[in-house]
Design a binder for this molecule. Structure first.
Ligand SMILES: *Cc1c(COP(=O)(O)O)cnc(C)c1O
Length: 364
């Protein structure tokens, strides 16, 4: 995996500019920074990113170990036994349950430290968050009374921003109504609802904070790369592996486990050192193109654990040791995460997270 520092810095600067003047970017860096490794969070921090979103306390602690400063928001909830670390480290927990609030209260008091937390409302995702109608005024009065608790922000999350504008607008309306009902418009708070899709597609939903994950890497939350290409975001990530062996097979020869491909001509096969153990989806068997010497060539046969076979008959001069590009550019050609996601019938997020299994990462 190669990660372009230049593209990452550019994307961050561009996204920050799009968020201003109303607000800022929270870089969502869960799942090991979308498979890029925690050092990339440290890199983003060095580029001036000041807010980071993670799924768990465990991930938050890992960021701190890598020297990431600034606000670390726990988006995915937590258990009472994790409240101690949250308060100690000054993480910003997002609260979806009364028990979470109680444990923060206790811990804040015990450590004598003010705990800034964010409130999550479920406007139609059906996952974390309080349903708006279940929150009573006693909730806010309670928080008001607690010397060690401060409501620092309110958020919601969209379920279908990349594909359902009507539902997204409806969720946004519910969020606005909630803010209005509890007079949360008139106080200094970090309000946030956008993920990458909502941020890029619905500018009016950009608020004080914007939770950006996949777009940081120049990857679209949909199969359409124009969603990120048109605002000028660049892909940051390339996945490459080397040819381990090249050989000629006669016509009528089976290739790979299960014999799912049979040569129909004399075929030059390159065996390439990337497989499902490194994150290449097995359902891309016989269903993927890669770049070799600047040309597209098809994957043939089943993806193995650590290897995959490529038909390089039509590519001149392929040799053992050649670099094969699964994601990224080679000469004029490019393969994007979106293309691979479409072929694998999943979303670009899952493709990136899957390559988390790659052990060799290079900042270039
Ligand atoms: C993962 C996540 C995001 C970021 O989503 P992208 O589509 O990658 O931008 C935002 N908010 C929450 C709550 C998330 O879990």
């Amino acid at each position: 995996m190669e990660i372009s520092k230049e593209s990452l810095a550019r994307n961050l600067a561009l996204l920050k500019k799009m968020a201003s003047p109303h607000g800022d970017i929270m870089g969502v860096v869960k799942s090991g920074v979308y498979g890029h490794g925690t050092q990339v969070a440290a890199l983003l921090s060095s580029f001036g990113l000041r807010r980071f979103g993670v799924a768990s306390v465990e991930e938050a602690l890992e960021l701190r170990e890598y020297g990431v400063e600034g606000g670390i928001y726990i988006l995915g909830g937590f258990f009472p036994y994790e409240a101690e670390a949250i308060v100690e480290e000054g993480f910003v927990p997002v609260v979806s349950h009364q028990e979470e609030l109680e444990s923060l209260k206790r811990e804040g008091k015990r450590q004598g430290k003010v705990v800034y937390f964010h409130l999550k409302v479920d406007t139609g995702m059906g996952r974390m968050g309080f349903l708006p109608q279940t929150l009573q005024s006693s909730f806010f009065e309670d928080v008001e009374k607690e010397p060690f608790l401060v409501l620092g922000g309110v958020m919601t999350h969209f379920s279908s921003a990349e594909k359902d504008p009507d539902y997204t607008e409806w969720q946004f309306c519910k969020f606005c109504a909630f803010l209005k009902k509890w007079k949360l418009y008139d106080v200094p708070l970090e309000r946030h609802c956008t993920n990458s899709a909502a941020f890029l597609l619905f500018p009016h939903m950009r608020l004080e904070l914007n939770r950006i994950g996949i777009a940081l890497f120049g990857v679209s939350p949909t199969y359409d790369p124009d969603v990120v290409r048109s605002p000028g975001l660049w892909p940051t990530t390339s996945i490459r592996a080397r040819v381990k062996l090249v050989k000629s097979l006669p016509s009528g020869f089976q290739v790979g486990y299960g014999g799912t491909f049979t040569t129909r001509r004399k075929t030059r096969i390159a065996v390439v050192a990337l497989g499902y153990a490194q994150g290449l989806f097995r359902n891309l068997s016989n269903n993927l193109e890669v770049l070799v010497r600047g040309k597209r060539a098809p994957v043939v046969g089943t993806v193995s654990m650590d290897q995959v076979m490529v038909d390089v008959t039509d590519v001149e001069g392929v040799e053992r040791g050649d670099v094969v590009t699964f994601i990224g550019r080679d000469g004029e050609e490019e393969i994007r995460v979106e293309e691979m996601a479409c072929r694998a019938q999943t979303i670009p997020h899952e493709i990136l997270c899957s390559f988390r299994k790659i052990r060799h990462r290079f900042l270039v």
